[in-house]
Design a protein around this ligand. Structure first.
Ligand SMILES: Cc1cc2nc3c(=O)[nH]c(=O)nc-3n(C[C@H](O)[C@H](O)[C@H](O)COP(=O)(O)OP(=O)(O)OC[C@H]3O[C@@H](n4cnc5c(N)ncnc54)[C@H](O)[C@@H]3O)c2cc1C
Ligand SMILES: NC(=O)c1ccc[n+]([C@@H]2O[C@H](COP(=O)([O-])OP(=O)(O)OC[C@H]3O[C@@H](n4cnc5c(N)ncnc54)[C@H](OP(=O)(O)O)[C@@H]3O)[C@@H](O)[C@H]2O)c1
Length: 500
């Protein structure tokens, strides 16, 4: 149950159908572009179209799942339209237009009453007073340990990061995620301050401009409101260009590359009032990481498996704010605001006799390390099969010694590995699934639960396609029968995903 529905003891429906109806809807496919999802939901009520506008990842970063966030907005219980991190600006823009389409407030007294009730439910959920259980009530945790998981020669920078939970007493379960409130790199904040020609110590909200930029505001993707604002500060062709960018048009073909600094550098010489400038930016959102440890093994720590985001645009290297903070900028002993997020269904079967199949390439291995540690501690006997893959066996085999230990202890009964860049052809986890089709089908027949973690855009969809092939070829189903079989697995909670 989500935070919202848990607080209410009931779901807010907001014009949406039942959860299972929505789950089967074609626009729930996270690999489809937003325009396609909107077309597929065009004839549905506004609450449903709001849900279709979300990134469909049910990741919980907004504090809800996609369905409850859409319900809360459509019932006017939530007015923040920019909370869907994976959907980004595109989702926020679509939500804004759908809210505008809805027109003013409710006139029907029953509707108005329902909205008021929904608002109080949403407020209760967001003000969850259990410390460290939601983004509304983070607690402090100290970083204990960090080491790089890749070996020499890897193209990736992926880190194992441990936090000490002893001061907070936070608890979590395998499958939960860990929310961290990042801070921006101060050197990036300094470049933004210099681009607007403002004094770093300009007083704002009891602090300074620099403090606010480092701790509170997103310096990632430039929001529409910033371009609107720039439009007011400039004239002529520059004004027209800024207005076009604010509408999501892309006059120079560079919209996707414009973070806040790049947007300011595109319009050099603007001198906004610092306070008005801050008001145009979006708040810095927490980031979620799948927990990669089990408290049964070590009660006072939580570990994460973090891939550092780093890429270069136009000669400037850009660093993911949270992943670089965790991988590089935090010193051992530093504290960070954190919380445990349990949003959607992603958990082990309660009975250890039930077999589990886990597919987690790259950082997707994180929750499965937690699952396997847990299963070892409870002496689960059901069998556990891990499909892991990455670029190179020599440099990207995360937790290799530990996995070998888990195999020796009998907690991991089968390990299938796929190295995508070691041979002349790419080999992915789904290729290994197809290689082992017969065995995989036998596990499913024995009642195995199937889990996928990692990339939402391509990998998760390709793994599902491979499973459909296995069900067709080994279960003797038609393609429609295979789809119905997989859908049934999902409904029964036997196919669960944690993708991002
Ligand atoms: C439920 C959940 C679990 C997760 N678990 C994990 C996990 O276990 N491990 C993990 O590492 N991550 C995980 N993530 C992802 C994580 O939350 C962050 O999204 C990720 O670390 C990036 O955040 P950041 O702040 O470092 O980057 P940001 O500052 O948010 O930058 C990322 C943005 O940069 C842009 N970008 C990135 N690469 C490029 C590129 N090559 N070219 C152009 N633009 C680019 C994109 O707009 C992208 O959205 C999880 C996410 C969710 C929702
Ligand atoms: N939507 C996004 O922006 C997005 C999505 C996923 C991950 N990420 C970010 O990327 C980082 C996580 O990456 P990661 O370290 O977990 O590894 P990764 O980049 O997801 O790669 C892990 C392995 O999966 C392979 N792979 C690529 N496409 C695949 C497919 N369609 N099916 C199956 N396997 C596939 C990769 O092979 P090759 O690379 O050799 O092809 C590699 O061997 C995080 O920072 C995360 O936030 C972002």
């Amino acid at each position: 149950m989500t935070a919202l529905s848990a607080a209410a003891g009931a779901e807010i429906t907001g014009g949406l159908g039942s959860s299972s109806e929505d789950d089967d809807a074609p626009w729930r496919d996270q690999s489809l572009p937003l325009s396609e999802r909107m077309k597929l939901s065009a004839d549905r009520p506004v609450g449903v179209r709001m849900m279709a506008a979300m990134a469909q990842q049910d990741c919980g970063q907004c504090g809800y799942n996609c369905r409850d966030y859409a319900s809360a907005i459509s019932m006017q219980a939530e007015d923040r339209l920019n909370l869907c991190v994976p959907g980004g600006k595109e989702t926020a823009r679509m939500l804004k237009s759908l809210v505008e389409d809805m027109g003013g407030g409710a006139t029907d007294p029953d509707e108005a009453k329902a909205k008021l009730e929904a608002r109080s439910v949403a407020q209760a959920a967001l003000a969850d007073d259990r410390p460290g259980r939601s983004r509304a009530r983070p607690v402090l945790a100290r970083i204990l340990k960090r080491y790089r998981l890749n070996q020499e020669g890897s193209a990736k920078q992926t880190f194992h990061v441990e936090f000490d939970l002893s001061a907070s007493g936070l608890t979590y379960r395998p499958g939960d995620s860990f929310g961290v409130f990042p801070k921006n790199d101060p050197s990036l904040a300094d470049r933004v301050i210099s681009a607007i020609g403002a004094p770093p110590d300009f007083p704002i909200a009891g602090g300074t401009l620099r403090d606010v930029l480092v701790s509170d505001m997103s310096l990632g993707t430039a929001p529409d409101g910033l371009f609107d604002f720039i439009g007011y500060l400039t004239g002529g062709a520059r004004r027209q260009k800024a207005k076009a960018l604010a509408k999501g048009e892309d006059p120079d073909g560079d919209l996707d590359t414009l973070d806040v600094l790049a947007a300011l550098e595109k319009f050099p010489g603007i001198r906004p009032d610092p306070e008005a400038f801050i008001e145009c930016l979006e708040p810095l959102q927490p980031r979620l990481y799948s927990i990669s440890s089990s408290q049964r093994e070590r009660a006072e720590i939580v570990s994460l498996t973090v891939d550092q985001v780093q890429y270069t645009v136009g000669g400037r290297t850009r660093f993911g704010v949270a992943s670089t903070l965790l991988g590089e900028r935090l010193d051992i002993g530093d504290e960070l605001k954190v919380y445990v997020q349990q949003v959607h269904n992603f958990s082990l079967p309660s009975n250890g006799n039930v077999p589990v199949i886990m597919v987690g390439p790259g950082t997707g291995i994180a929750p499965f390390r937690s699952f396997l540690q847990e299963r070892r501690c409870v002496c689960a006997t059901g069998g556990a099969w891990l499909f892991y893959g990455h670029q190179h066996a020599a440099s990207d085999f995360f937790y290799r010694d530990e996995l070998e230990g888990l195999q020796a202890d009998g907690a991991l009964t089968r390990l299938s590995l796929a190295w995508s860049r070691d041979g002349s052809q790419k080999v992915y986890v789904q290729d290994r699934m197809l290689d082992a089709s017969e065995e995989l089908w036998k596990w499913l027949e024995k009642g195995a639960h199937f889990y996928v973690c990692g990339d939402a855009k391509k990998m998760a969809a390709d793994v599902e396609k491979a499973l459909l092939v296995v069900v067709q070829n080994c279960g003797g189903h038609s393609i429609d029968g295979a789809k119905a079989f997989v859908q049934q697995l999902k409904r029964a909670g036997r196919y669960q995903t944690d993708v991002y």
